[in-house]
Design a protein around this ligand. Structure first.
Ligand code: PMP
Length: 427
């Protein structure tokens, strides 16, 4: 039996509003990419499930592969101490803290973890958020407003851009690592704004290069701005003891006003943090909506991160192994004639292939040969600068790194021939 329709649905002169999802921006592009992939018989490289812990080795569709697609830089995901700490935290506190920290969600491990994180950056204090993305969005949106500006590197992570847009501040980009351009921008525009926040990454996630921290610190002092460094990929990775870009550059971490990092990469967990002065942290803890109105970090996540930081400090050879592996892979790839873009031999090494289709095809062929590496394509990187992004970890063996370069070199040559035969220009 037909139900009666609500009376207002029968009104005749109603404007036609768009209620479809497939008219949303970018959906057409998605459909086209899928259709091209299907026509060429290339499977979607994204959302492939791993059937267990993804370390230097992982299992995909029943096949064991050498894995270069996970952030587990120090090989701590699955370390016995880290697992045990997560389990003990669950035994004692349960699986959730069940409230914002301001109300009933505060647990002793929160401050313990924050003290450890502050210590890594020699900062007065730190505050943890439920994700790195949330930490950036909510902190940037809280610290600047409509009279202010965010000046950021063109390759800055999405979470900074989203935070800046949300803040209502002017958002200006300078070309990647071009500090002359930043200086010109500051000289021309500093006076237009009340506060200026300069944001860079310690190690760039798509290109694997680092900024000139000394010059950034000098610029921010000269022009009266805040300097924020996103160390998502720098902490645990750069510097002799893994303390990040300041240690690598041999600079006092206090030159940076706002340190940001995540727990999801070197620290084998989930969560993000800001470290800095007591005033900054006190302010964020009462003002940043992503902290005030969000649940406190979960016990297992905090337990794992704490144990991972301790393991990094106790087992200093992990940082050394990561750095030796990264350099080995980088040098071997270059010796094989592969293009590594602006990478500098740290843990992120892109192999530039140019064309998006080529990158997707290569990823699939490498997987079939036991090497898992993901393509990075537009819009994550500019058109024509698609790449395969290798994350090197402390857990890889030299044999695995050499094998990956050998297979990669062969497949790049074969895939170029394949695409050329189809009439694609993959250069
Ligand atoms: N900043 C950078 C530079 C990142 O690469 C990422 C994640 N890839 C984030 C922030 C967000 O961190 P998370 O994944 O821990 O939310």
């Amino acid at each position: 039996r037909m139900r009666q329709r609500p009376a207002e649905m029968n009104t005749v002169a109603r404007p036609v509003y768009d209620t479809a999802f497939d008219t949303l921006p970018g959906y057409d592009e998605l459909r086209m990419v899928r259709a091209t992939g299907e026509a060429l018989g290339i499977a979607n490289p994204f959302f492939r499930p791993h059937e267990g812990r993804a370390g230097a080795l992982s299992r995909i569709a029943g096949q064991e592969v050498i894995n270069f697609a996970s952030y587990d830089y120090l090989g701590l995901n699955g370390h016995p101490d880290v697992r045990r700490a997560a389990q003990e935290a669950i035994e004692r506190y349960g699986t959730s803290v069940s409230a914002s920290r301001l109300v009933a969600g505060e647990r002793p491990f929160h401050r313990e973890l924050e003290a450890r994180l502050a210590g890594l950056h020699q900062a007065e204090d730190a505050v943890v958020f439920v994700s790195g993305h949330a930490a950036n969005v909510t902190s940037v949106a809280t610290l600047v407003g409509s009279k202010d500006a965010v000046f950021h590197d063109a390759l800055i992570h999405n979470s900074i851009i989203v935070g800046a847009e949300l803040s209502g501040a002017a958002r200006r980009t300078f070309a990647h690592n071009d500090l002359d351009a930043l200086e010109r921008m500051l000289a021309a525009e500093r006076g237009h704004y009340h506060r200026v926040l300069i944001v860079v990454e310690g190690l760039y996630s798509m290109d694997g290069d680092v900024p000139d921290l000394a010059r950034l610190a000098a610029l921010k002092q000269r022009f009266g701005a805040w300097l924020m460094v996103d160390e998502a990929h720098g902490i645990g990775v750069l510097g002799a003891t893994g303390r990040g870009i300041a240690e690598l550059a041999g600079l006092d971490p206090a030159l940076v006003d706002i340190w940001m990092g995540t727990l999801s990469k070197s620290f084998a967990s989930c969560g993000g943090y800001i470290a800095g002065s007591q005033t900054l942290i006190d302010y964020l803890k009462v003002s940043a909506p992503g902290f005030v109105y969000s649940v406190g970090l979960a016990p297992a996540a905090a337990g794992a991160a704490l144990a991972a930081i301790e393991a990094m400090e106790r087992e200093g050879e992990r940082v050394a192994a990561l750095q030796a592996n990264a350099r080995h892979f980088f040098e071997t790839a270059q010796a094989a004639g592969l293009s590594t873009g602006t990478a500098e031999g740290h843990a992120i090494v892109p192999i530039m292939v140019g064309d998006s289709l080529m990158a997707v095809l290569l990823s699939e062929r490498l997987l079939a040969r036991g090497v898992n590496v993901l393509p990075i394509i537009h819009p994550a990187v500019p058109h024509r600068s698609a790449r395969l992004r290798f994350f090197i970890t402390a857990a890889h063996t030299t044999g695995q790194l050499d094998e990956a370069v050998r297979v990669l070199k062969q497949e790049i040559e074969e895939s170029s021939r394949f695409l050329a035969a189809l009439g694609f220009d993959s250069e």
